[in-house]
Design a protein around this ligand. Structure first.
Ligand code: SF4
Length: 496
């Protein structure tokens, strides 16, 4: 028996998988049909398929931090096309966001999935900063003096930059753009490199939000992933940041790591919530050693299997929620008092390359090697290799290597997918109307959802799709039903 799920992308969802989960398979006894053809034209018919949640979460689907997703970017978008995107942006007057990529770390963690390189010497970082400043000046000359709603330093380990480098780049931002006291200024920090008054310095240049890479507090897990970071290190970082006035803190945790078990991840969550971060991200480790050679250092035999992985995710998820955090989308949590919880309830939450955000800017400018930017015209990604990026910028050219010009249909589908990822529901008819499109474009996508409707996990009601059970686990799958490019490029991670 073949699995009922959409797109034929379930990993291992053949006869073996069917037998293995036979007892758990959800066999719907009734079909939820809240809509008839009526005005919206959506009709569900009798289904003869059954699905198991376990099969579905093995599906390999994109994380949808963009749509179209990065594997669908093409080399057709180079420096000239990006210059056109920026020129079109210059005509707008809304605020923009700035992203600065610092692709250097002291050492490389075994589980790393990011684009970064180890550097024990500061000279390469210093040289990188010089080029970065040239790139900032080049882009600013095209788009003019714009207001900035959000600055984000990511990497890599941005806190490896010297005070001089930070001051120079932030000085450039003030020189070329309008940075106000309301500008959210966030940075990703490695807690192992935050001594020497660094927190106070970051506050002095305007940083007001910090995201700490915690991952897991268990020493056995830390040893298995090549990142030794005692609990005291994280506690000290939190204290320093709060004393400095950077009180908006976020922790990144990861499940699915080697040596993790239900008790250890519960202890990790307990330790994390005791430090009271405002937000928590809970990501699944994606083991892709064919793509990230450093992951070959991880003993694959010590990784949790798919059932255990699901158990770990549920344990962590429930523990965080029990501690009083509001679940946000597929992998974030926020205190009820945090802006992100308010954005969820007001439906102003957005999703971008950094995950969930309260930032509403339509234009995100990426600086640095491999950084990705988004303008209303399309996406643009810089060359990944720092040497090539340096040569391009030094030659007076934008360093765009690939990207994607958005069509009207791309924008419509991106809107639908973003709503599903943020709110677990979408009004297809209203969204289509907002984009001046015909909602009939979604009929094929709705057809793919039949097994989930049959299982009672998704409801269709007057053109509205709502995930009513297992939202965090199913949102990517439901979104993928509306992805016109699904299955035409790239390998993705499993849904949980
Ligand atoms: S996980 Fe963080 S510290 Fe480790 S290699 Fe990646 S960016 Fe560097």
């Amino acid at each position: 028996m073949r699995s009922a799920w959409i797109g034929g992308q379930i990993a291992g969802a053949g006869r073996m998988a069917t037998r293995r989960f036979a007892r758990r398979r959800c066999r719907p006894t009734s079909i939820i049909v809240r809509s008839t053809a009526g005005t919206q034209g959506f009709r569900m018919t009798q289904l003869d398929t059954a699905v198991s949640l376990e099969d579905l979460i093995r599906a390999t689907v994109p994380r949808y931090t963009s749509y179209p997703t990065a594997p669908h970017f093409s080399a057709e978008i180079g420096a000239d096309a990006y210059a056109g995107f920026l020129d079109a942006t210059a005509a707008g007057d809304g605020p923009i966001s700035l992203y600065v990529h610092i692709p250097f770390c002291h050492s490389i963690c075994h589980y790393r999935g990011c684009t970064t390189k180890a550097s024990r010497r500061y000279a390469p970082i210093e040289a990188y900063v010089d080029v970065l400043r040239s790139e900032i000046a080049m882009v600013a000359a095209r788009i003019g003096r714009r207001g900035v709603s959000h600055i984000h330093w990511g990497g890599g380990t941005p806190n490896l930059l010297s005070a001089t480098a930070f001051e120079a780049i932030v000085g450039d931002f003030h020189r070329f753009f309008n940075i106000s006291p309301d500008t959210e200024h966030a940075i990703e920090l490695d807690p192992r490199h935050l001594g020497g008054g660094r927190a106070r310095f970051l506050a002095s240049i305007g940083v007001n939000r910090a995201s700490l890479g915690v991952q897991d507090f268990d020493p056995a897990v830390q040893a298995a992933i090549g990142r030794i970071q005692p609990e005291e290190t994280v506690t000290a970082a939190v204290e320093q940041l709060r004393e400095a006035g950077i009180s908006s803190l976020s922790f990144d945790l990861i499940y699915g790591l080697p040596e993790q078990n239900v008790s250890s991840i519960r202890r990790t969550v307990d330790t994390a919530v005791a430090l009271s971060p405002d937000r928590i991200s809970l990501f699944g480790y994606a083991h892709v050693p064919w793509f990230r050679a450093n992951q070959k250092l991880i003993d694959a035999s010590r990784l949790p299997g798919s059932e255990q992985r699901l158990e770990l995710e549920r344990t962590a998820h429930n523990s965080i929620e029990t501690a009083g955090y509001v679940p946000i989308g597929i992998d974030h949590f926020a205190k009820p008092s945090d802006d992100m919880s308010a954005a969820l309830s007001k439906r102003t939450l957005r999703r971008n390359f950094q995950g969930y955000t309260t930032d509403r800017a339509e234009t995100l400018i990426g600086f640095g090697a491999s950084s990705i930017g988004r303008t209303p015209s399309g996406y643009a990604q810089n060359v990944t290799d720092t040497g090539n990026w340096r040569e391009r910028i030094a030659g007076g050219q934008l360093a765009t290597e690939r990207g994607r010009k958005l069509t009207a249909e791309d924008r419509l589908r991106a809107d639908v997918i973003e709503q599903i990822l943020c709110f677990f529901d979408v009004d297809l008819a209203a969204t289509a109307t907002r984009h001046g499109a015909d909602h009939a474009i979604f009929m094929a996508g709705l057809d793919k959802l039949k097994p989930l409707v049959s299982a009672g996990w998704v409801i269709l009601d007057d053109g509205k799709v709502s995930i009513v059970q297992h939202g965090a686990e199913l949102a990517r799958l439901v979104a993928s039903a509306f992805d016109a490019y699904l299955g035409t490029g790239g390998r993705h991670s499993v849904a949980v």
